[in-house]
Write a protein that binds this ligand. Structure first.
Ligand code: GLN
Length: 190
């Protein structure tokens, strides 16, 4: 009996640390495809939007004609955004205000930990076992979440890993650690 064909996790590869996400997907046992064109996107069962610079990524999405296709993609396929990716997915963006894809009902404040402490590594206690190692780099803070949100991890009282149905965000960078829990959860959605 033939098994179901393996699912493909797309990684938006226009800018940012997409390569680290590709490696994390592969370490978690998934099949990864770097997405630069509409033809690439059409081969994917889900998409990861990596960290990087959200303003630049928005421009490149427009230039490549991927903004609307990505919105349509998210209507029936899982999308996960990490850091700048979370900013792109949020319905509302402040500090400064910025356009976004608006695929998830959350409000985020960019660079919310301030300029002095640009990045940090936190160890977040998790109910099911080992602490989650979370790398924050000029991270946003999620200031509001719509109905139907599940908080999967919090740091300093703020949600840092949130799911809304098919859509998921982290304000930290799981691809920079050996901790594959976030990528595994995303692969399970495909
Ligand atoms: N501060 C960046 C932005 O606003 C995000 C940083 C990151 O992805 N590590 O786009």
């Amino acid at each position: 009996m033939a098994g179901s064909p393996p699912k493909t996790a797309g990684i938006l590869a226009l800018q940012g640390d997409f390569e680290a996400h590709r490696k994390a997907v592969e370490r978690a046992g998934g099949r990864a495809l770097e997405v630069r064109t509409l033809a690439d996107l059409e081969q994917c069962d889900g998409l990861i939007i990596p960290g990087g610079e959200s303003t630049t990524m928005l421009k490149l999405l427009d230039q490549e004609g991927l903004t609307e296709p990505l919105r349509r993609f998210s209507e029936h396929k899982p999308v996960y955004g990490s850091c700048a990716g979370a900013i792109l997915l949020a319905r509302e963006v402040t500090n400064p205000a910025q356009a976004s894809l608006g695929l998830m009902d959350i409000a985020v404040e960019r660079n919310a930990y301030g300029r002095q402490i640009d990045s940090r590594i936190a160890h977040i206690p998790m109910p099911e076992g080992d602490d989650l190692e979370a790398v924050f780099i000029r991270a946003p803070i999620i200031r509001r979440m719509g109905a139907g949100s599940t908080v999967l991890a919090e740091y300093n009282g703020d949600p840092v890993w949130v799911e809304q149905g098919r859509t998921m965000v982290t304000t930290f960078h799981p691809e920079l650690t050996g901790d594959l829990r976030v990528h595994r959860r995303f692969l399970d959605k495909l």
